[in-house]
Write a protein that binds this ligand. Structure first.
Ligand code: G6P
Length: 508
């Protein structure tokens, strides 16, 4: 390799994700919450790792403001942000700066305005425009260049999620010596939907640059293999697909596998066990007036999550049981909605829909001092979330479509006494694994009401048995197991001419 080629990096393992695992509050950096971050940091620490991602800050740059008529004003109002490298417990953080135009086109328009809705069953119409795609392409190139620079010779690079679909092929071009993994955290759509994407071939070529492609569910892996065959003439293989094109590396095997992500079970259990958590859970129940049943929903405020469907069905349940109401609410719903992506129209609309429904259900069923829906639109500390999981009786996880849904797994991991019922959408990735939940089709309002009634009426012995089974499963399939199995698959993919028959978890 020439001395000035990228490849002088020193990191044996490089994670590439849209966001860095740190964020800034009042000028101070904090590690971001979540099992994924913890698991990846653990792995990186043992391997001299680097993490490449966006800091969440928008870099200074000209911002064009529409002033009406033909006139536009160019202003520069965004606070400058240092792009200096950060160190977090021996892991190098490499920020990829995004300016206002990158944020608009790469993050809002392509990632969250085109890819996110299409990959989630086209629940909302995607918008496609070539200008935004050019920026998405350019930002992906910058991520690939940063990875190429950080990686040591023969290093492993693990790329994450739909923001970075083009990075694997770009990186392979820059650094043919590194082993490249890509994991998609969201669903991979069926062919009929994917075919709408104007840049469908480019996306497939981008992904086919990887050595290992991981999906949450086998249906996503199957969708990908079908499309690679149809549009890129790739040959299906026992372990994935073989490339059939000069430019992508003819004859190369791309392993395709199913790797359902999970949570840090020990951490959730530790919080659930803490006396403060139990006390907080008791306080929550008391503050609600000791209702007979607490339903709980915890979601990002996103139209994929089906918060609106859940609220409608909750209203219908209360209407059916109205005669049973006395002075206090016997049944309540706590709905936590974590805001985000608020510059995207469909998120603004979803917020309005949800808030209108909260008003309607409370307007119809609340009594003085006792609302039936407790709606909290903000992000809560994990300790408070676990206290809510412990306080609740019935967890509602009813997305229209979801890659996995880790809230379902967190609820299970919190139920140390094996009580409680999980109502889970068939359209969440978690439904493939959490088969002892009450599985429901969230598109059918009667089915959600029936599931709510079933959960309320479930005998404690039945609920206990089901929760025990769920907990056994989640305890045996943690986020550490997930990371290890993906890295294991990458390890087997290491030398380009290694035997392709080693990985058990792969697509068959
Ligand atoms: C989903 C995506 C993640 C993303 C997260 C939060 O889980 O799969 O990649 O980070 O949502 O969304 P945000 O747009 O705030 O990063």
């Amino acid at each position: 390799m020439p001395a000035d080629a990228p490849g002088s990096g020193e990191h044996q393992l490089v994670v590439v994700a849209n966001r860095l695992p740190v964020h800034r509050i009042d000028g101070h950096w904090h590690t971001s919450p979540g099992g994924l971050v913890r698991a990846m940091l653990g792995v990186l620490r043992t391997r001299r790792g680097a993490w490449i991602g966006w800091s969440g800050d928008i870099e200074p740059g000209p911002v064009v403001v529409e002033t009406g008529g033909d006139a536009t004003a160019v202003v520069d109002t965004i606070d400058p942000v240092s792009a200096a490298h950060l160190e977090l417990a021996e892991i190098e953080m490499v920020p990829v700066p995004l300016d206002a135009s990158d944020f608009l086109h790469y993050y809002e328009r392509v990632s969250n305005g085109a890819l996110w809705p299409l990959f989630h069953d086209a629940i909302r119409e995607s918008t496609f425009d070539a200008e935004s795609w050019a920026v998405y392409h350019d930002v992906n190139r910058r991520f690939a260049e940063a990875a190429a620079k950080a990686a040591a010779p023969g290093a492993t690079v693990w790329v994450h999620d739909y923001h970075l679909l083009l990075v694997p092929a770009m990186l392979r071009h820059l650094r043919p010596d590194v082993v490249i993994g890509f994991f998609l955290h969201i669903p991979f759509p069926p062919q009929e939907l994917f075919m709408r994407m104007p840049w469908r071939e480019e996306i497939l070529d981008g992904l086919l640059g990887a050595d290992v492609l991981g999906f949450q569910r086998s249906v996503g892996a199957d969708n990908f293999v079908g499309l690679a065959k149809r549009l890129r003439a790739a040959q299906p293989h026992e372990h994935g697909v073989r490339i059939n094109s000069e430019s992508l590396g003819d004859g190369r095997l791309v392993r395709v596998g199913t790797f359902p992500i999970s949570i840090d079970v020990d951490e959730i259990a530790r919080i659930a066990r803490a006396p403060e958590t139990k006390a907080r859970a008791a306080t929550i129940r008391a503050r609600l007036g000791e209702p007979s049943t607490i339903f709980l929903g915890v979601d990002r405020l996103d139209y994929t999550k089906g918060i609106d469907l859940r609220l409608q069905s909750f209203g219908a349940l209360l209407a059916e049981t109205a005669d049973e109401h006395v002075d206090v609410a016997p049944v309540v719903l706590i709905q936590i909605a974590v805001p985000g992506r608020e510059g995207v129209d469909s998120y603004i609309e979803e917020r309005h829909t949800v808030e209108q429904l909260v008003g309607e259900v409370n307007g119809s069923h609340a009594t003085i001092g006792f609302p039936v829906v407790h709606y909290i639109r903000r992000s809560l500390a994990l300790e408070e979330l676990v206290a809510l999981y412990v306080a609740a009786d019935i967890m509602l996880v009813t997305p229209r479509r979801d890659g996995m849904n880790l809230v379902a797994k967190e609820f299970v991991a919190s139920r140390l006494d094996d009580t409680g019922v999980l109502i889970l959408s068939e359209f969440a990735g978690a439904a493939d694994e959490l088969t002892q939940a009450v599985l429901v089709n969230p598109h059918d309002p009667d089915a959600i009401v029936a599931a709510m009634r079933e959960a309320i009426a479930m005998r404690p012995s039945t609920a206990g048995h089901r929760m025990r089974e769920l907990r056994r499963y989640v305890t045996a399939h943690t986020v550490d197991n997930w990371a290890a199995s993906f890295l294991d698959a990458l390890g087997h993919a290491a030398p380009p001419d290694a035997s392709p028959d080693l990985v058990g978890a792969e697509h068959g």
